[in-house]
Ligand binder design. Sequence first.
Ligand SMILES: [Zn+2]
Length: 488
Amino acid sequence: MKFKLIYTISILFIIFGPKGFAGTKESKAVSRLDELNPAKVWVFILAGQSNMAGRGKLEAQDTITTSRILSLDKDGKIIQAKEPLNFYENKMQGTGCGLAFGKELLNYIPKDVSILILQTAVGGSSINQWIKNSKHREIQLFSNFKEKVDLGKRYGTIKAILWHQGESDAKPEGVQQRRGKLKILFGMFRNAVGNDSLPILMGELGSYSKTPELFSQMNEQTRLYSASDRFTSVIFTSDFQHRGDFLHFNSASQREMGKRFAREYNRVFGVKKPVVVLTFDDGSVTHYTNVAPLLKKYGFTATFFVCDYPRKPGIAAVKNITWEQIQALDSMGFEIGNHTGHHKGVGKLTESQLRDEIKYIEDKCKEYGIVKPVSFAYPGNRSDSLSRVVLKNMGYKFARVGGSRYFNPNNDKKFLIPSYTMTDKLDNKTIQALKELKSGQILVFTIHEVPDPDHENYTTSPELLEKYLKFMHDNHFEVIAMRDLETK
Ligand SMILES: [Zn+2]
């Protein structure tokens, strides 16, 4: 009973605010407030300067509210959020990223969770002013932030801070001090919230500046800082448009920024991570000499689809991996998969020939004490119905083809797992596939020799492979072998 009474009082407090029970008019705006349960409210704090405060032209869609996205009005009462969320700077208020962030995030969070967005950004503020708690445009920056933290904690759980700032500091000195200042301020933010691992998402400065060199140096420092703080992440903004002043994002870009923040939050800090399956084909010695050390460096695993590839002796620059080397890969924890004994297209084989080709690899594995393969890659990525039946009967669980699309375990068959080919020539396609991969989605890569000087269409240089591995590492991807799909 006592709990119920306290709960009732606190609900009244939420509805009417600390000033008393006078504000009945406003309370109508939030019909679900009487159902708000602090355990089901996720709080996000916006901080920084004008591009986080919002300067986009207000458009109709920016004012469409929904019951699960909440914010404050200028009197500190909770309302259904609509742009502008900033009420500090009279006449400068415009569309920001907050509402769009909330709307996108609804796609990823439990249905009974509401989002409370608290705005603390003030245009023109420098990072030093935040650190020193300066008064700027009538707002004591850090004290105001702390007030919002306290309020957020009362109504729910503070899940992350969205930070966009740096235009005011885009000077040589500001660039030089950027990382150190971010470290100090983010330490203060986390201390105020009482969570050392509180996620902080940062947005890049726009690419259209009149001093693009300094802006890009600031962005570089932001990314370097993020690499040293694993509870941060950075969203790119290089394609954003300004509203005509070469300084402020227009409202379309603000809405896109909100979406990117939401996707990034989910991707990096959400329950499910994006998954990449790395597979290497054709039993090349480069897999042992170049690939395995890189994978170890980033703590990733992978599948090596081996075969005794019929390379022309004395002509091919790339040599076959030896069975001793394959054995070593197996001992290191990598998966050894079956790519047929001699890289035979499965459609051209009779059933018994196909069985012999599959068994060839299994016998070799047995001879070298390697785990019996459960994953298969069709040579030339061509499959047929007979091979799928044979593979199943021989105890295989997964088989890979091409197709350049993500693998969806709910729709795709496990004997027709699609993959993207990663080569130097397909650099743009590869980076796009990685950037668009969302939480819970699965991207399988097919890679051949690393590198292959004989085949410019198939070669993947070690530098390029490392670039992608680093991207996956920095973006908190889960990188697995094909056999690990069993748990997905
Ligand atoms: Zn092959």
